[in-house]
Design a binder for this molecule. Structure first.
Ligand code: NDP
Length: 291
């Protein structure tokens, strides 16, 4: 039997509708319009698409957006100066630096410079620490999107074995940290997983992934998770976005996985749209904190 499709696109639309209503209420009460400033360095084509999509999404929910474009040869000092300026600008509530940055710029130094109250990506060590301690200020966007999909599709996380393949600072690690907490912003049913984190040095990976009730792939390799790595009936969340000759594909061999999994996110139309929705969520939260 084919797996149930988890419609990330539809859920993202629903969340954006909720945010739009909340933004309008916030503007009415506070007289302030939430504003997100994006910084784009260089001309990486994928980054340009991401930033454009973020701008459009802001527009849809009534959030103001700014785009600061810098050339690929911008110095670290100039980029830091721009971030300082945005940190001090009271009309800007969220600051996001589109990654990747050119190799002559130290990514950590730049991300650490964003004011923690404007850090809508939740990359600042203070915000990462708060997530780890179970008292988040901002939830990281892609992991939060994954939890929202599971919750809104009625898939309980509590007590389940969640296997996260990938340990990046952006997806794998923060997601594992969120799933293992005693509770979440969506209540205890959307937390309390038993979590295993796998990576490129994990031995016997298929043996571990086959134990997952919830299998999350955040690897960055097209169709890496094959049907024999999935426990029959498991929920499979595919975070991967890989550009191939066949178009965009995830980290899961989707067609084959459909026959084994109980539920699965497609690529595109799965986790991707949620990431932007949760960025808008954080921008509204940032504006509230600064009002
Ligand atoms: P990274 O490259 O930063 O991390 C990939 C992780 O996968 C690493 O921890 C790596 O292990 C692990 N890995 C690589 N090869 C293997 C392997 N053979 N076996 C087991 N583990 C392996 O990627 P990101 O986390 O940033 O992104 C992952 C994917 O998600 C990408 O396709 C990216 O495009 C997509 N993405 C999608 C988003 C969305 O909105 N849907 C947002 C962000 C990312 P090790 O640490 O040992 O190197």
């Amino acid at each position: 039997m084919a797996a149930r499709l988890l419609d990330g696109k539809g859920i993202a639309k629903q969340i954006q509708g909720e945010i739009k209503a909340e933004v309008s209420e916030f503007v009415e009460k506070s007289g302030m319009t939430p504003c997100l400033a994006a910084v784009l360095v260089g001309d990486d084509p994928a980054s340009q698409v991401y930033v454009r999509n973020k701008e459009r999404a802001c527009e849809r929910v009534g959030v103001t957006s700014q785009l600061h474009r810098l050339s690929a040869d911008t110095t670290e000092a100039d980029l830091l100066a721009l971030i300082e300026q945005l940190n001090g600008d009271s009309s800007v509530h969220g600051v996001l630096v589109q990654l990747p940055l050119p190799s002559h710029i130290a990514e950590t130094k730049i991300l650490d410079a964003v004011h923690p109250l404007k850090d809508v990506d939740s990359f600042h060590p203070e915000n990462v620490g708060l997530v780890v301690q179970g008292r988040p200020r901002f939830l990281p966007c892609t992991p939060h999107g994954v939890v929202q999909i599971l919750h809104r599709c009625g898939i309980e996380i509590s007590g389940k074995h969640a296997v996260v393949v990938g340990r990046s600072e952006i997806v794998g690690k923060p997601l594992a940290n969120m799933l293992v907490q005693r509770s979440s912003n969506l209540g205890p049913a959307a937390a309390n997983a038993t979590v295993t984190v796998c990576h490129s040095r994990t031995a016997n990976l298929p043996v571990i992934t086959r134990q997952a009730d919830i299998l999350i792939a955040a690897i960055g390799q097209a169709k890496f998770i094959t049907a024999d790595m999935i426990k029959p009936g498991a929920t499979v969340i595919d975070v991967g976005i890989n550009r191939t000759d066949d178009g965009l594909v995830g980290d899961v061999d989707f067609e084959a996985a459909l026959e084994v999994a109980g539920a699965i996110t497609p690529v595109p139309g799965g986790v991707g749209p949620l990431t932007i929705a949760m960025l808008l969520w954080n921008t509204l939260a940032a504006a509230r904190m600064q009002s």
